[in-house]
Structure formats: structure tokens, C-alpha cells
Design a protein around this ligand. Structure first.
Ligand code: GLU
Length: 471
């Protein structure tokens, strides 16, 4: 089976329509959910060295059923209107599934960031932000960007600074963008959030005996073999949390090649090796796979594509040997791959819920910005004093003492990072169970992606229906 030339947005629509058949919503409401509400395509000039370059960029707001709209900004040469529209739509569904009260949006600048100096990247980012400000496409109550492929804390700090300069005195201005450095109003735990969410989601699936039985796997993530594609922020942290939970990361792939080790790889050591040598290849004790995509076809329990879209397609899907695919990236499977893997009974845990950890913690960051107080500041000391008191009373009453390590653990009051991680864990567990409940409730629902879409459609449609439509 080979892939047709299809649009990413069309494939999102296809998945949506497939799921919508299992609902009873008014066709008008379904149509309103599907379409992109606002598409802003811009071109602006930036002086790069002696030349003036015309930069192409986008911001798409897919849905306003809840505001602000939310979604990352990517820097990549692959950026085009269709892609940004598809990714914005996925954000709407993603937010709905994890109960984050935002509409979906996405932005993109069509550049290869590696070709620009930091100075030029700052100019481009600031100019893009001022274009968004001019059209009211950014603000704590309208549209809140975040990091995505090719962007990170540094770019978010530039966006914030540009926005603040154009909105002096706006008390909630820090909430105009998330994924900021902690010193600029960011929240602890945002960086690892997507990878940690991927781990929590897959762990919950692996803890479901009826699902694991169907895959002929034991329950739990310990001892599972994992292949990760992409050693960027999401891939790195996914690998880290799986390894820490006792799974074996047997292969890691990057664009220049992949490495394999039966004994398991340590993501930080691989990362340092790549930083030092400029390549993931020739990592001591590991085997090289020069064709990076070969890593996707290795036998393993869990495959985590954490790079770009369409990496598993009609061409390589028949050769995939993983039992579970955790879509850490957005859209890593083409619709053809989805069908092939469905027939092979591979469990595909879909992107728009599995990689929702990033936006979930972005929501926590936004709440922090609006409340102007760090998580844990009010309660931490109180809990610690109370825990000490309770433990002391128990020790007095029983005449026994707990050891120092245990004492420290029991007395500890929650810090910001503890609360963010626990909020994320709760979010991912609840979402996994809600999707599974839908999937298992009707044998006609073909896969987990369709179940996730049904959940998203029900939530967004309920919101539209209860919001009321203008006569
Ligand atoms: N870019 C991330 C995503 O695709 C995060 C978005 C956000 O935090 O708003 O989900």
C-alpha cells in the first residue's frame, strides 16, 4: 500500500468523520467543530545581514468554543497552511480530551532555525509576535502560544518581552505565552511535561490487564522494550521516564542515524555523546543503524515516534513489529499506516491525547500567571508542620520511630514541581480511562484514535450546544 498525496488537515477531518458517526450531534454543530475559525497567513520582511528576507508565517485559531485559544509555534521549513490548520484542529481535540478549557490554535514560521544566528532568530520571533499583536492574535485571554518543534523557552521569553513592550501595565501579560523560563513566569515541570505525559498515558494503558492480554503482553511498563524516534525534548524525556520505570530503551533514532543496544540505552549519555561528537552514531557499546528509519521496524513492545508527522506510512507500516505505538509527535502515522497497523492489531495510542502533557502543564503555567503566585507557596509550610505534628503524635502514641528517610518523605509539603507532576498524572490517567471506557463500550469502534475523537467531539459539541448559537 502506498500513501496517496493527501493533506494533513484532510486526514484529521477523515478521522473526525469516522468518529462523528458514533455520535448524534446536529450536523451543523459537527461542521462548526471541524472547520478552522480563523486563519492568519502573514509575510513580513526581516533584514538578515545585507539582505532583506521575506518570511512566511501563520497563526491558525481552530476553535473559539473556549478562550483563549492555545497551541505551540513551530519553526520548520515544512510549515504550510494545511499543516498549521491540522495541528490547530488537533489542539482543540487535545484540550477537550484532557479537560483544559482552551480552544485549539497553532502557529508556524517557515524557516530552518539552524540557518540563522541567535540574533536573527530573535528578530524574526519578535517581528512575528508584533504581527500577532497587530491582529489581536495573541494575549492572555485571546490566544496563548507555546513551544513546539524548533522552539523552546528562549523564543517564548522573546515573545513575552515583545508582547509586554506593546502592552505596558497589563497586569496579566505574563499569561500571553507559556513554556517560558521559570525566571520569566514559567512553571517548574513544563520542560519535561510532554514526555512525562507520554509516559503516564502509556503506563496507564499497560496497567490495563484486558488490553495487555489482547496484545499478549504482561501488565506494567517494567521490562518492556522501547524504541524512541527523536532525541529532542519530547523523545529525551519519554526515554528518561520509561528507563526510570524499569523499561529498556533498546534504540534511539535521530535524523543522522539510529543506535541499538539490547542492554538498553541511557538517554542522557546518548545526548552527551551526540553533543560531543555531533552525531548519535558510534555510541560506545551500541550498534549503528545508518538508515535511521530502520529503527522504527525493530522488534519492541513500545515504539515512541517523537519527531515529525508521517514517519510511519503505507510504505513501512507492514514491517512495524512494535505491539504498542505511542504517538508522542503530532500525526506520526498516515491514514494508510493507521489502517495497516489496525489490521495487524497494533495498539496505536493517539497523539492528540498522548502528547497532551505539554498543553496541560501550559494550562497550569497560565493559571500561575493569572494568580501571580507560585504553586505551593501558600500551603507547603502548613502541610509540613501538620505532617510533623501528626507523625510526632503517632510516634508518641506507639512508642516507635520511623527512620530518617521515611520521616523526610512523610513530612514533605508539596512544592510547585510536585503539584505540577501530580496534576499531570491525574490528567493523563483520567483521560486514558475516559477514552478506554468509550472504546470498550462499543465493539464497533475500531481503534483508540476513534474513541479519543468521540470523546473530544462530545466535549466540544456539549460546549457549543450549552453556549448557544447566535440566531
Ligand atoms: N506544542 C505543544 C503541543 O502541540 C504544546 C502546546 C501548548 O502548550 O500550548 O501540544
Amino acid at each position: 500500500m502506498t500513501d496517496q498525496n493527501y493533506s494533513f488537515f484532510d486526514s484529521v477531518i477523515k478521522s473526525f468523520d469516522k468518529a462523528a458517526k458514533f455520535t448524534n450531534w446536529d450536523p451543523g454543530i459537527l461542521e462548526q467543530i471541524k472547520v478552522c475559525n480563523s486563519v492568519y497567513k502573514m509575510k513580513f520582511p526581516v533584514r538578515i545581514g545585507d539582505n532583506i528576507e521575506v518570511i512566511e508565517a501563520y497563526r491558525v485559531q481552530h476553535s473559539h468554543h473556549k478562550t483563549p485559544c492555545k497551541g505551540g509555534i513551530r519553526f520548520s521549513m515544512e510549515v504550510n497552511q494545511d499543516e498549521v490548520m491540522a495541528l490547530a484542529a488537533l489542539m482543540t481535540y487535545k484540550c477537550a480530551i484532557v479537560n483544559v478549557p482552551f480552544g485549539g490554535a497553532k502557529g508556524g514560521i517557515k524557516i530552518d532555525p539552524k540557518q540563522y544566528s541567535v540574533f536573527d532568530l530573535e528578530k524574526i520571533t519578535r517581528r512575528y509576535t508584533s504581527e500577532l499583536v497587530k491582529k489581536n492574535f495573541i494575549g492572555p485571554g485571546t490566544d496563548v502560544p507555546a513551544p513546539d518543534y524548533g522552539t523552546g523557552e528562549r523564543e517564548m521569553a522573546w515573545i513575552l518581552d515583545t508582547y509586554v513592550a506593546m502592552h505596558p501595565g497589563e497586569v496579566d501579560a505574563a499569561g500571553c505565552v507559556t513554556g517560558k523560563p521559570v525566571s520569566q513566569g514559567g512553571v517548574r515541570g513544563r520542560k519535561e511535561a510532554t514526555g512525562l505525559g507520554v509516559f503516564y498515558g502509556i503506563r496507564e494503558v499497560c496497567n490495563m490487564p484486558e488490553i495487555m492480554q489482547k496484545l499478549a503482553l504482561t501488565t506494567g511498563v517494567a521490562d518492556k522494550t522501547v524504541v524512541v524516534q527523536g532525541l529532542g525534548n519530547v523523545g529525551y524525556h519519554s526515554a528518561k521516564f520509561f528507563r526510570e520505570a524499569g523499561a529498556k530503551v533498546v534504540a534511539i533514532a535521530e535524523w543522522e542515524g539510529a543506535i541499538y543496544s539490547k542492554e538498553g540505552l541511557h538517554e542522557e549519555e546518548v545526548f552527551q555523546h551526540r553533543k560531543k561528537t555531533g552525531s548519535i552514531l558510534h555510541f560506545p557499546g551500541a550498534e549503528n543503524l545508518v538508515m535511521t528509519n530502520d529503527a522504527l521496524e525493530l522488534p519492541c513492545d513500545i515504539l515512541i515516534p517523537a519527531a515529525l508527522e508521517n514517519v510511519i506510512n503505507g510504505h513501512n507500516a507492514p514491517r512495524i513489529k512494535a505491539k504498542i505505538i505511542g504517538e508522542a509527535a503530532n500525526g506520526p502515522l498516515t491514514p494508510e499506516a493507521d489502517i495497516i497497523l489496525g489490521n495487524k492489531k497494533v495498539l496505536v495510542v493517539p497523539d492528540m491525547y498522548l502528547n497532551a502533557g505539554g498543553v496541560t502543564v501550559s494550562y497550569f503555567e497560565w493559571l500561575k500567571n493569572l494568580s501571580h503566585v507560585r504553586y505551593g507557596r501558600l500551603g507547603k509550610r502548613f502541610s509540613e508542620n501538620m505532617n510533623k505534628h501528626i507523625l510526632g503524635t503517632i510516634e508518641d502514641l506507639t512508642g516507635k520511630k520511623v527512620n530518617e528517610a521515611e520521616k523526610k518523605f512523610i513530612e514533605h509539603g508539596a512544592d510547585e514541581i510536585d503539584l505540577v507532576h501530580s496534576g499531570l498524572e491525574e490528567t493523563m490517567i483520567t483521560a486514558t480511562r475516559e477514552i478506554m471506557d468509550i472504546w470498550l463500550s462499543n465493539p464497533a469502534i475500531p481503534d483508540m484514535r476513534t474513541a479519543a475523537y468521540i470523546l473530544a467531539i462530545n466535549k466540544v459539541a456539549t460546549s457549543y450546544a450549552e453556549l448557544g448559537i447566535f440566531p
